[in-house]
Design a protein around this ligand. Structure first.
Ligand SMILES: Cc1cc2nc3c(=O)[nH]c(=O)nc-3n(C[C@H](O)[C@H](O)[C@H](O)COP(=O)(O)OP(=O)(O)OC[C@H]3O[C@@H](n4cnc5c(N)ncnc54)[C@H](O)[C@@H]3O)c2cc1C
Length: 418
């Protein structure tokens, strides 16, 4: 009787080649592991849900991780440094400024289009000899066994794949997370983020503006060629109305909300809406499964932290696999280690971001007064500012080597525990 063909196997299968999954693949590409990335979107153009027209504010920790992965030079060519952050509350007295020079750093962060990040990551991935890319291909079923997990893949290159470790990098609605039996808290903020690129009469001068209004938060990020990345959070019905406005009335409403710090708004590019929710996986791991990026925690963009946290997930998992994954990358020891290490950073950033959304959404007068006083006090307190500017490094008790500007693989004797 003819025998059934053997199922292909790999050490690590990464489901989702978005910004976080692709970053992890690049890090693992330097280790003695066979890695497969399965990504539903086509790599040759067309809509890509992760690398779209949004801009992302990268923290200094993310800059170091990208430098360690060899993609920062390419990304930096299209990145705009943030030299100052100006926070204000519409119609209230409080405002605050955080200045990079005062904090002794070159920039508080860097604004880059997601498309630029995606292109840089995938270009380099194509040259990684031990990373196989399967795209467009969609994982439709996951069955966990003792020694491996079996994936069912659909698309032009359909079939089964066995992996010793499966990484869920498939976004907030993660199929892999659900298949692994990991529950997730889902909280709908009942808000939509409207994004666009705009131009204004005055140069942004590398200042990022965060303005809180009764309808929601407004972020204006300095972008290349004098453009400004807009993230405007609105109630869903209001967002639909504003999305449908002609350019002139759209810019007039934006002007009314933001004011005249940048002079008159002149033009707006394409507008898109993103419904906002908090998703928090009950745990960042399960047998033979690691959960990273939005699959582990999807956050409100108010503090610009979602991707930065996801990239720390990727850098931490890569380091754990470099140090402890040689015998079995999906074994209980590396996975428990990964979960323990990510615990504080995940928990603190989710609480911080969610708290900020609730604080600035409150119409309750005493809260609004306290908020104004808080901003005023914050503006007068150097220690608070330097604590906030350090936020860009996260809350982990120990940063992964890549985020500290060190190589992923440490000399054997230097391997430490968090
Ligand atoms: C408006 C807005 C502004 C933001 N601004 C910032 C910011 O300034 N700074 C910041 O740090 N963060 C920001 N974020 C958050 C950031 O965009 C996300 O955290 C980040 O995109 C998460 O990346 P990811 O790769 O984990 O997930 P995703 O981007 O969701 O990617 C998941 C990938 O998995 C693929 N996939 C899904 N299911 C399957 C399957 N079954 N099989 C194969 N492939 C699959 C998808 O095609 C996709 O490519 C913002 C978010 C929004 C909405």
């Amino acid at each position: 009787m003819p025998r059934a063909p053997a199922v292909p196997a790999c050490d690590v299968a990464i489901v989702g080649g978005g910004m976080v999954g692709a970053s992890l693949a690049l890090a693992l590409g330097t280790l003695p592991l066979d890695v497969v990335v399965i990504e539903a979107a086509s790599p040759d153009g067309g809509p890509q849900p992760s690398f779209d027209t949004r801009t992302t504010a990268l923290s200094n920790g993310s800059r170091r991780i990208f430098a360690g992965l060899g993609v920062w030079d390419e990304i930096a060519r299209a990145a705009t440094p943030i030299r100052r952050i100006h926070v204000s509350d519409r119609g209230r007295f409080g405002s605050a400024v955080i200045d990079a020079a005062e904090q002794g750093i070159a920039a508080l962060g860097y604004v880059v289009e997601n498309r630029v990040i995606g292109e840089a990551l995938w270009r380099r991935l194509r040259a990684a000899s031990r990373v196989a890319l399967r795209a467009p291909a969609r994982v439709t079923a996951v069955t966990t066994g003792d020694a491996t997990t079996r994936l069912t893949i659909e698309g032009p290159d359909a079939g089964l794949l066995d992996a010793r470790l499966v990484v869920a990098a498939d976004g907030a609605e993660s199929l892999v997370r659900r298949a692994a039996g990991v529950g997730a808290l889902h909280w709908d903020y009942d808000q939509t983020a409207l994004i666009s690129q705009i131009t204004a009469e005055r140069f942004h001068d590398h200042v990022a503006y965060e303005r809180f209004t009764p309808g929601g938060a407004l972020a204006l990020l300095p972008a290349p060629e004098g453009r400004i990345g807009l993230v405007w959070t609105l109630p869903p019905a209001e967002a639909l109305r504003v999305l449908a406005l002609e350019p002139a009335p759209f810019l007039a409403e934006l002007q009314q909300c933001f004011g005249w710090r940048l002079g008159r708004f002149r033009s707006a590019g394409a507008r898109h809406g993103y419904p906002l929710a908090l998703t928090r996986a009950d745990a960042p791991h399960a047998p033979r499964t690691a959960i990273i990026g939005n699959a582990a925690q999807g956050m409100h963009p108010i503090a610009g932290q979602g991707f930065n946290v996801g990239l720390r997930d990727a850098a931490t998992l890569a380091e754990v696999l470099a140090d402890l994954g040689a015998a079995d990358p999906g074994g209980p020891a590396p996975l428990a280690h990964y979960a323990l290490w990510r615990h504080d950073d995940r928990r603190a950033l989710i609480a911080f971001t969610d708290g900020l959304v609730r604080l600035f959404a409150s119409p309750f007068a005493p809260v609004r007064l306290a908020r104004g006083l808080g901003l005023l006090l914050f503006d007068l307190t150097p220690a608070a500012k330097s604590a906030l500017s350090r936020l860009s490094l996260g809350f982990a008790t120990r940063l992964p080597r890549l985020a500290r500007g060190l190589p992923l693989v440490a000399p054997a004797a230097a391997v430490a525990r968090p």
